[in-house]
Write a protein that binds this ligand. Structure first.
Ligand code: ZN
Length: 494
């Protein structure tokens, strides 16, 4: 049995300024053929899941076609150009055509890619693949932040979506998809899919899978799986893509039982709808949020992790400014993206130098004003570590260039080349920061950081300064939003 593997994904923040050109996709890195399925040193992912199934079967060969990294933007990339999509999908088609006889195709996609002129890129890619490979099974794995609708259900044989955020089950989801593929090719499984759209769009910061409301949803998915559904998936979606299929989607795959699949999909859709208010609540702004954190620390409720969740560019300074202005001590701001300042420090300075630097607030006016700091360089150069936290455990990690400034009173400001969030204390320790001496760690992340940092902190506190990934979606200028989608579609008059 020969199964082709294609991995092409992006989570597109269409409100962000950096267009995803072909050049930036190339710069981000694209692997082809056998090399595209080499996973040594990466930790676990969809492809290691496919491999586990293939190896256990013995007679299944995975045929590597392509694997892209994300385009090399500073923050989240904006609209991808039609050219980038046409050229990369063209390469996929050419290589599939040259791959010899195939029995199936595994598509590792994301589900929130946005492409100019192509309203639904994932089903479009699947249809192009179908044209080349003909009537063989196509199974798709998606990120939990997928925005998909009936078009994807119509274009492929099975859709399998992560159930964890922080994303810790991409390997397991790969296993589920690959097992379904193998059984389907052998004629022992009849993938039968049902799909629903509850009609809700919600911010990523409310989608953590181990907490209400999404835990309630995933528990129900597992109940349906215990009752005979092969795989029940709910993607809460990615609100920061202004696309016609934005929002929550439900995909249920059964073995030939249409009625059961439809019943489960409807039940899950109704459940999500009933939780809509919990999925769309408000959060404190920068000034009041930081004041609340300082008060918590004063009362001994510490350490606190501030999730500066809506900075999708990396250059946002709102929280850093408040930490300084409000006189907080013992904190680390873990990522102000400022490649020009880094370049200057690299050319003129060394560790130990006292420097004055004006950082951040350069990529977009929503990021806030640049902030001037004076401090001693405590790290300047690359950082390397092997990840011990739950996210990508075991992966060999490297940051090419990163700086940390000690600005006194145990306050540390980390300057990065692009949007960056530490997924554990490892990267901070790798640059010499004494993490356990801190009261406050500010991280530009929504939920992924919680996998590790919830084990370290007493409180995880998301704050909603101006940013391109806000909790309050009514602040964004959508043009392609579905009319009836809660809470910001035209129907809801918000
Ligand atoms: Zn995701």
């Amino acid at each position: 049995m020969r199964i082709a593997v294609v991995s092409y994904s992006h989570e597109t923040c269409t409100f962000c300024p950096e267009i995803g050109t072909l050049e930036l996709w190339e710069k981000g890195g694209i692997k082809y053929g056998d090399e595209s399925i080499v996973t040594k040193g990466e930790g676990k992912g969809y492809i290691t899941g496919y491999k586990e199934v293939a190896e256990a079967e013995g007679d299944v060969e995975l045929v590597g076609i392509i694997r892209t990294s994300w385009p090399a933007t500073t923050g989240y990339g904006s609209w991808n150009t039609t050219e980038s999509f046409d050229v990369i999908s063209g390469r996929i088609m050419d290589r599939l055509a040259d791959a010899g006889e195939l029995d199936g195709v595994l598509l590792a996609l994301h589900g929130a890619m946005a492409v100019t002129g192509i309203p639904r890129p994932e089903p479009e890619l699947a249809r192009r693949v179908r044209k080349v490979v003909g009537n063989i099974p196509i199974m798709v794995t998606l990120d939990l932040h997928a925005n998909e609708d009936i078009e994807l259900a119509n274009a492929v044989d099975g859709v399998f979506i992560l159930k964890t955020y922080p994303h810790l089950d991409s390997h397991e989801t790969g296993v589920i998809a690959a097992r379904c593929m193998v059984e389907t090719v052998r004629g022992r499984f009849n993938p039968t899919m049902a799909h629903r759209r509850p009609g809700i769009v919600c911010a990523s910061v409310f989608q953590a899978s181990e907490y209400h409301p999404m835990k309630t949803v995933y528990d129900r998915c597992r109940e349906w799986e215990a009752k005979g559904i092969y795989c029940a998936s709910v993607a809460p979606g990615y609100a920061y893509s202004d696309v016609p299929d934005v929002g929550v989607s439900v995909f249920v795959v059964s073995d030939g039982d249409r009625a059961l699949a439809e019943e489960a999909a409807q039940d899950l859709s109704d459940l999500v709808w009933s939780l809509r208010e919990d999925l769309t609540r408000g959060l404190p702004k920068a000034e009041e949020g930081v004041a609340a954190v300082i008060e918590m620390v004063g009362k001994g409720e510490k350490p606190v992790v501030i999730a500066y969740h809506d900075d999708r560019l990396g250059d946002g300074t709102h929280i850093l400014k408040e930490l300084i202005d409000q006189g907080a001590k013992n904190w680390c701001s873990t990522g102000i993206a400022d490649p020009k300042t880094l370049e200057r420090l690299k050319e003129k300075n060394k560790v130990g130098d006292m420097v004055k630097a004006t950082i951040g607030g350069w990529l977009h006016e929503i990021s806030g004003e640049p902030v001037t700091i004076i401090g001693r360089i405590e790290h300047l150069g690359p950082a390397e570590w092997v990840e011990t936290g739950p996210m990508r455990r075991g992966a060999e990690q490297k940051i090419d260039f990163i700086a940390s400034l000690d600005i006194g009173e145990n306050r540390h400001v980390i300057i990065t080349e692009r949007l960056y969030a530490p997924m554990s204390a490892d990267p901070l320790k790798a640059i010499g920061i004494d993490v356990d001496s801190l009261d406050i760690v500010e991280i530009k992340s929504r939920v992924h950081h919680k996998a590790y940092w919830d084990t370290w902190s007493a409180v995880d506190y998301p704050i909603d300064p101006p940013g391109l990934g806000p909790a309050d979606l009514s602040t964004l200028d959508y043009e392609n939003l579905p009319w009836g989608i809660y809470p910001i579609g035209e129907k809801w008059d918000k």
